[in-house]
Design a protein around this ligand. Structure first.
Ligand SMILES: Cc1ncc(COP(=O)(O)O)c(C=O)c1O
Length: 388
């Protein structure tokens, strides 16, 4: 073959770092704090609802393209309950195969070749691939430690006549930064001033340690230009079910649905019914989720500091970014590949989430959505790093 088979847009994107690191953990028996999946399943009543749906023949055949009505109604109720946002379940909600498909469909629907999409780096790895598959150009604006606050002057400077959208993620993976109301208001003002869309990835909306989540779509003037994306994966600890959703104006949701129908068409029928029940769980569920993870965050922050690394305390998500420079290390990629042998632990090098590689070279991401005893074991192992 004279031409490499891979579409040029995806050149160099190979296997995701998560697959590489999970494989490394499986091969070495290391404690896997790399990929972001919990080691306990979500609420039993939600699993039981999925089993009951399968047994009752609900969703075993192709569900409706936009999602089953029960789930669309539950998503609309959720937006009202937590954010006082009124969305019409029939025209303003779309169920997707996880947030991943929602991001892909939004990019394919809304971005044309030559359009620029601004995203704060480090960014979730599918962003780069999805912008590229849509023929767009990604324009990174770098979040820098120790606080990883968005540099709004840099954001303003990154906007050009070709800018189509800002791809936002708060609470932010991998840094754990939570954008403040004032920061979101400033981003919203820029979007309105330059007539930009905002694609807002809010999958960690219920994993915040500093106060309630603010959806940018709830700010004045933003409803008609924001595509909000969320998922059951993080809120209900069912990452394998791949139930995500999009909310927004009827026009934007219809656009995203047009692309989505040619990707998966539909997915996860019985799980959709179960997540509808999950979304209706009482407030105590939504309070316990971040409270439990906050204890784990504190455990990890203290333990990583004790092991000698620099630590950037996250305000949200279940990830923590460590700086390996105090350990005498400078290259996170090399460090993560050696970490199973050094300490029997797997983490993810944050450099893979940056275009500006120098900015993230010494950062490493640990996931703490694991049982407390697993985290304690990992931290005990990591103290070996200090005694090398
Ligand atoms: C920021 C962000 N967006 C999207 C996703 C994907 O969500 P889903 O599993 O629902 O596709 C993840 C998963 O790790 C994530 O961290």
């Amino acid at each position: 073959m004279s031409r490499p088979p891979l579409n040029r847009a995806l050149a160099g994107m190979g296997t995701t770092i998560f697959a590489e690191m999970s494989d490394l953990a499986a091969r070495t028996g290391a404690v896997n704090l790399g990929q972001g999946f919990p080691d306990t399943d979500g609420p039993a009543e939600v699993s039981e609802a999925a089993v009951a749906a399968i047994r009752a023949g609900r969703g075993n055949q192709y569900p409706p393209g936009p999602g089953v009505p029960e789930l669309r109604r539950a998503i609309a109720d959720h937006q009202k309950r937590f954010y006082d946002l009124a969305v019409d379940p029939d025209t303003q909600v779309l169920v997707t195969a996880g947030a991943t498909e929602a991001i892909a469909a939004a990019m394919l629907a809304l971005v044309e070749p030559g359009d620029e999409v601004i995203a704060f780096e480090p960014y979730y790895d599918s962003y780069a691939a999805c912008v590229a598959m849509a023929g767009g150009t990604r324009v990174p604006v770098t979040l820098r430690p120790p606080s990883f606050r968005p540099d709004l002057a840099a954001l303003a400077a990154a906007i050009t006549p070709r800018t189509r959208a800002i791809l936002l993620n708060t609470p932010h993976n991998p840094t754990g930064a939570v954008f403040t109301g004032a920061e979101l208001a400033r981003i919203a003002r820029l979007a309105i001033e330059h007539d930009l869309l905002v694609i807002s990835d809010e999958v960690y909306e219920h994993i915040i340690f500093t106060g309630p989540h603010v959806p940018i779509g709830s700010l004045p003037g933003m409803a008609e230009r924001t595509v909000s994306i969320s998922s059951a994966a993080k809120t209900f600890s069912f990452t394998g079910w791949k139930i995500g959703w999009v909310t927004g104006s009827a026009e934007l949701v219809a656009a995203v649905r047009t692309a989505k129908q040619f990707l998966t068409y539909v997915s996860g029928g019985p799980f959709q019914y179960a997540i509808a029940e999950g979304l209706a769980l009482p407030d105590s569920y939504y309070a316990h989720l971040p409270a439990d993870l906050r204890v784990k965050r504190d455990l990890m922050c203290e333990g990583l500091a004790r092991a000698g690394s620099g630590v950037y305390q996250p305000d949200g998500t279940y990830f923590i970014t460590a700086d390996i420079t105090p350990l005498g290390e400078s290259d996170g990629m090399d460090f993560c590949r050696r970490l199973p042998a050094l300490a029997g632990v797997v983490a993810v090098p944050s450099v893979v989430f940056y275009d500006n590689r120098d900015a993230g070279r010494s950062q490493v991401r640990f996931a703490f959505c694991k049982k407390e005893e697993v985290l304690r074991e990992a931290l005990t192992r990591l103290t070996r790093l200090g005694s090398r």
